[in-house]
Design a protein around this ligand. Sequence first.
Ligand SMILES: [Zn+2]
Length: 57
Amino acid sequence: MPLYEYVCKKCQRKFSEVLSIREHDTKKVECPQCKGTELEKVIEPFYAKTASKTGGW
Ligand SMILES: [Zn+2]
């Protein structure tokens, strides 16, 4: 199942949730710290770690 990362807009806590596509559409994700539901979804640039070249620079 895909992993979604969120940042809480209230307390700035970053956390991740493993949700199915259906859960992601229907489930209300809340902050584990303050129970806030105003969340910013974090999109991780997954290509960043493999972008370095060997012998470059
Ligand atoms: Zn929070």
